[in-house]
Design a protein around this ligand. Sequence first.
Ligand code: SAM
Ligand code: CA
Length: 230
Amino acid sequence: MFYWNDILAFMLVKSFLIPETLQHYIAANWVHEPDALARLRKETAEMPNAGMQIGPDQGVLMGLLARLIGAKNYLEIGVFTGYSSTSVALALPDDGTVIACDVSEEFTSMARRYWAETGIAHKVSLRLGPAVETLDALLADGHAGTFDMAFIDADKPNYPHYYERVVKLLRPNGLLLIDNVLWNGKVADPEATDLDTTILRDLNATIHLDERMESCLIPIGDGLTIARKR
Ligand code: SAM
Ligand code: CA
């Protein structure tokens, strides 16, 4: 059993938007984190890429959203060590499904351990390979309009390609979440013109004007777009 002090001791500060003391307050008072997810966070914190993991507050939000819409079929692009996929899979019914896309056998081997430990492995189908190819295969196999919820959180240059495909894969009223859309504030800095920033800035503008979607951006983590397919 983990206690709040343990959680505080290794909670990664995840948001440049929220003061550190408030992030600790939120974690201590609003995050009911299963033991396994706390351990997954602790184990990931030892890795050089630990910063890629979503925060525990975002995991709670994603599980809550999945439950709110009664999600059954979830599509995730960017699994890493499994925090977001496990958070959502735990909120799906026992016959729910997760299509989990990533390129890394190494990262996802940790995810697989925690999927097994949390009793959700039977819901998850891991698709190792470039996610654009996986999404094209899903479309070719007739999965358009079948996903209740999707999360885009992989390589930023491919975000526009993921977006167009995921919009097709979602059902009407399906929910799309996109991570890192504030990109540490760089999307609002006109002097930031690197590739990742430009792509995220342009995609934000596209989604805002996209009549297929109803969307908002919330300042959690590094900025999260929440969009409903009309
Ligand atoms: N959602 C994860 C979590 O909750 O911890 C974090 C995902 S991490 C930010 C991004 C992941 O995208 C990495 O695991 C990386 O291997 C994967 N990735 C990078 N390029 C990819 C690609 N072309 N196709 C699929 N996955 C990719
Ligand atoms: Ca992310």
